[in-house]
Design a protein. Structure first.
Length: 59
């Protein structure tokens, strides 16, 4: 069973929950990146997990 793909069109309606900034999609890592907040939110089974507790701090 393959994972459900993320629909990049969803980005038009999504913003970072911390900064309200626009997000960028990293297809390779399956993450949505907020550069102003310096975090990446995981995408699981095609669904972005927009919780700060789940966000990965960027280097």
């Amino acid at each position: 069973m393959s994972e459900t793909p993320f629909d990049p069109k969803m980005l038009e309606a999504m913003v970072c929950p911390m900064t309200q900034a626009t997000l960028t999609y990293d297809a390779e890592k399956q993450e949505l990146v907020s550069k102003p907040a310096n975090v990446a939110f995981p995408i699981r089974n095609g669904i972005p997990v927009m919780l700060m507790d789940e966000a990965r701090q960027l280097d």
